[in-house]
Design a protein around this ligand. Structure first.
Ligand code: ATP
Ligand code: ATP
Ligand code: MG
Ligand code: MG
Lengths: 259, 259
């Protein structure tokens, strides 16, 4: 049974794309079949998984607009076995305005992903969301079974959490009653900075056991990896960032059977 | 003559809010009268300038919706002399959908800020934009004389630059022919990370002399300051972050007379 997970937080730069790429790679390396959906017009997830800008002909934008073509024609292989992607590019930035009049627009992504879900080719589909709570993110929530929230351990990142939860609740009530929060990842954790442990305490108070035990440290190798078009686990397997994402993947796999 | 500047970059977490708050404070400390417009539904600029969530009755959202009330009723004082703000809260996140049918919506912010510009109470108005290129950001570009682009010295941050420039050009051609790029701020610069100097080289190649000489270092005191509701210059005046924003303010003031 394919599970669809949105990686979401409207606060910018908190590690959504980094978590999608590296969690995707770690899950795929343990034998899971993974499909990443790049739903951000910036196309960072596509770049971080090594898909050249010039090679993104059939992207998620074309899939959402056509909605009837063969889903496999939109899927690209990455250099990681068991990890595929549907890319994004700038075309996606016009989508929200283009479909503003369509009453069923919130369901467009669910409808196209249902075609893939039925084939049961993947264990997980991970959707990398843009930093906003507008239509693209709402579409991802409508299409998802669960969400994972990367939470940067900095002060501004805590501010937006209540708005994010309200939006998830609203989608759950009106558009997708099965939606739930699978987990919260603490990212860019810096042991030398007392702010990190303060944010961690707040997060564990607010979300309880939904906060993963594995914490992702701030690690410069993580920010270097995308310029080589590869996940940090490939770029520098023994870095603290790689080890953390592999541990997180194990925690999620063990948890998801229990869930 | 009041100059209106948008602080803009659709890439998330690059230092837009941090630059608005700290540049605003530094300019105000040198005698300039500054008005900050918080145009992000997250309301981080309002929080970083010490305005409690519970004290944001008349925000930019109400101003944009009413468009006729006395502009001064929307302006709040901050703890910094010469630095005022029009706050934001979550209400703003519904605005784009609410006005989707209004043909003149791109001009709403320009129209309300014109009322303030005419009174000539301020030397600069700084608009803190959300991490997207949707209506709120387009409105800011239409209302602005110039833009300042915070550019995080990391790989993903370079990716979105061409899309940002295209959007600025499009607004300049169709909606605001006076719009220009005033400058680019290199943020979160880490001398130990070769990526920072690589991004700096790329940025200076792309933008030439528009890249400010002053570079903002990664400095933990900058990320601690917002939890105390104050600019880093107030929180820790001798930190590397404070010194950099004061130098940047001097560079901008000296440059703007020359411009
Ligand atoms: N744990 C980490 N340590 C160091 N750098 C990190 C870490 N996680 C992410 N980064 C870097 O921080 C920046 C922001 O991360 P990323 O782009 O993944 O965030 P995002 O939430 O997807 O951003 P956006 O809101 O723009 O989509 C990137 O340059 C990334 O390489
Ligand atoms: N030079 C710096 N050194 C260290 N931390 C910084 C620096 N500049 C910003 N930060 C921190 O990085 C995070 C992102 O910065 P900020 O919120 O200003 O970016 P933004 O572009 O406004 O984000 P968004 O896209 O969500 O609006 C914040 O937690 C902030 O405190
Ligand atoms: Mg991203
Ligand atoms: Mg901001």
């Amino acid at each position: 049974m394919t599970k669809i997970i949105s990686i979401i937080n409207q606060k910018g730069g908190v590690g959504k794309t980094t978590s999608t790429i590296n969690l995707g790679h770690a899950l795929a390396s343990s034998g899971q079949k993974i499909l990443v959906i790049d739903l951000d017009p910036q196309g960072n997830a596509s770049t971080g998984l090594g898909i050249d800008r010039g090679k993104r002909e059939k992207t998620i934008y074309e899939f959402l607009v056509s909605r009837n073509d063969d889903p496999n024609s939109f899927i690209s292989k990455t250099k990681t076995e068991n990890l595929d992607i549907i890319c994004a590019n700038e075309d996606l930035s016009g989508f929200e305005t283009e479909v503003a009049d369509e009453s069923k627009r919130a369901f467009f992504l669910r409808d196209v992903l249902d075609q893939i879900k039925e084939k049961n080719q993947y264990n997980h589909i991970l959707i990398d969301c843009p930093p906003s709570l507008s239509l693209l993110t709402i579409m991802a929530l409508v299409a998802s079974d669960t969400v994972i929230i990367p939470l940067q351990t900095e002060f501004f990142a805590l501010e937006g959490v209540s708005q994010l939860i309200k939006t998830i609740e609203r989608v759950k009530e009106n558009l997708n009653k099965n939606l739930s929060i699978q987990g919260v990842i603490l990212t860019m954790y810096d042991r030398r900075n007392k702010l990190s442990s303060q944010v961690e305490q707040e997060a564990r108070k607010y979300f309880g056991s939904k906060v993963y035990k594995t914490v992702i440290p701030r690690n410069v190798r993580i920010s270097e990896a995308p310029s080589h078009g590869m996940p940090v686990i490939v770029y520098d397997k023994n870095s603290s960032g790689s080890i953390a994402y592999q541990e997180l993947s194990n925690e999620i796999l063990n948890g998801s059977y229990a869930a």
